[in-house]
Design a protein around this ligand. Structure first.
Ligand SMILES: Nc1ncnc2c1ncn2[C@@H]1O[C@H](COP(=O)(O)OP(=O)(O)OP(=O)(O)O)[C@@H](O)[C@H]1O
Ligand SMILES: [Mg+2]
Length: 365
């Protein structure tokens, strides 16, 4: 692929410096270098003046993370987990959280499948795929044929004749190679999932059933047994699709803005989860994440106090700050954590929040 289409980056040409690579893996540059030497990891070199420096693509880093894992140098979960990003309020950074958390977990050596459960396909776009382009348009635009999105969860789950059956292997995308996060993309046809679910038996449990069987390797068309985390990105609507996602989940990630409406949405979610617990005798944990936080604004601080009261112990101590970096990363077609120019205020805060979330995931038995 080349740079013909603005907003779509060629991930194989994203080259991180050793310092940024080490930051992603959260190890020292020295540890990174000696690890490469010991394990005979080959990375590219780029000449800078008279010297040639090591450079890393995101795919290189995910591969290094996976080798580190195989050597027992990373932390592992007690069991595979399913997470949903959801809050019934638009534009609170749900998709930003899903995509970047998947990147973060990948850098920690965990295998992640992001499921785009929003027919808008924003997670799909954030990973560099335009679900609106036809195959011809993808090629005409100078993008590699792999960027063409064909099929979604609907085609893999085998739920209705509205979706022709397709094996996961034909639908799944691997934007950063085998060891980076994988993506089960969305396209507009996924809208029909709502109809398919409403006609299905046991409608609330269709996703749970699919993911559980897939994780046990019991589905020929969708072997999900290699994934540590399945992370489902949801639309802001209260639909059968989002309900299915939550029923299937161990934890719901709720990024919330510090305004009245987001807080109200969180309040409603709390109510909904109580009903859940009664109906299903199970209920996902909640992790509320303050987003687009503006420092020193008294109202924002009051909102934090309110949500902490609603979900005691379940609000991250770290916050995601309002930053132009998110928009800029989108413009260059990269998830923020793959954009080397991101500042401490954006990428640094993401890593802190995700560190807290990972600590929580590591506790789940
Ligand atoms: N901390 C932040 N500071 C500034 N802009 C942000 C921040 N986080 C996300 N954004 C921007 O806000 C917009 C909405 O983010 P995103 O798409 O992740 O929200 P969403 O909750 O998934 O939206 P929807 O409800 O439509 O699914 C995007 O343009 C994103 O780049
Ligand atoms: Mg979204």
């Amino acid at each position: 692929m080349n740079d013909v289409v603005p907003g779509y980056a060629n991930f194989d040409e994203i080259l991180f410096s050793p310092a940024y690579a080490a930051e992603c893996l959260e190890i020292s540059t020295r540890a990174l270098r000696s690890f490469e030497d010991e394990e005979g990891v080959e990375v590219r070199r780029k000449s800078r003046g008279t010297v040639s420096a090591r450079v890393y693509t995101p795919a290189d880093l995910f591969k290094i993370a996976s080798i580190r894992r195989s050597k027992g140098l990373t932390r592992t979960l007690h069991r595979p987990l399913i997470l949903s990003t959801f809050i019934q309020k638009g534009g609170t950074a749900k998709t930003t959280t899903s995509v970047n958390f998947a990147m973060y977990l990948g850098f920690k050596g965990l295998r992640v499948l992001v499921v785009d459960n929003d027919p808008q396909g924003d997670a799909t776009s954030m990973f560099g795929y335009d679900p609106d382009l036809t195959e011809e348009e993808v090629i005409e635009a100078g993008l590699s044929a792999d960027r063409f999105v064909k099929g979604s969860l609907g085609n893999v789950i085998g739920i209705s004749s509205l979706f022709p059956a397709m094996p996961l292997a034909d639908v799944v995308k691997k934007p950063f190679g085998e060891f980076g996060p994988h993506l089960l993309p969305a396209e507009i046809g996924l809208e029909d999932m709502e109809i398919a679910l409403s006609a299905a038996n046991n409608a609330d449990f269709r996703y749970a059933h699919f993911f559980n069987k897939g994780r046990k390797g019991e589905l020929k068309q969708a072997d999900l047994s290699c994934y540590d985390v399945i992370l489902i990105d949801n639309a802001p609507s209260g639909s059968l699709m989002t309900r299915n996602s939550m029923v299937a989940s161990d934890m719901v990630l709720c990024p919330i803005r510090m305004d009245k409406f987001s807080c109200r949405a969180l309040e409603r979610l709390a109510g909904r989860l109580n009903t859940f617990a009664e109906e299903y005798q199970r209920c996902p944990q909640v992790a509320a994440i303050p987003t687009m936080f503006v420092k020193n604004r008294p109202r924002a601080i009051a909102h934090i106090a309110k949500i902490s009261e609603m979900f005691p112990g379940n609000v991250t101590d770290s916050k995601l700050f309002q930053s132009e970096d998110y928009g800029k990363a989108l413009e260059v077609g990269l998830p923020l954590l793959a954009w080397q120019s991101a500042s401490e205020n954006s990428a640094g805060a993401l890593r802190q929040v995700f560190g807290e979330l990972l600590d929580r995931l590591l506790e789940i038995r």
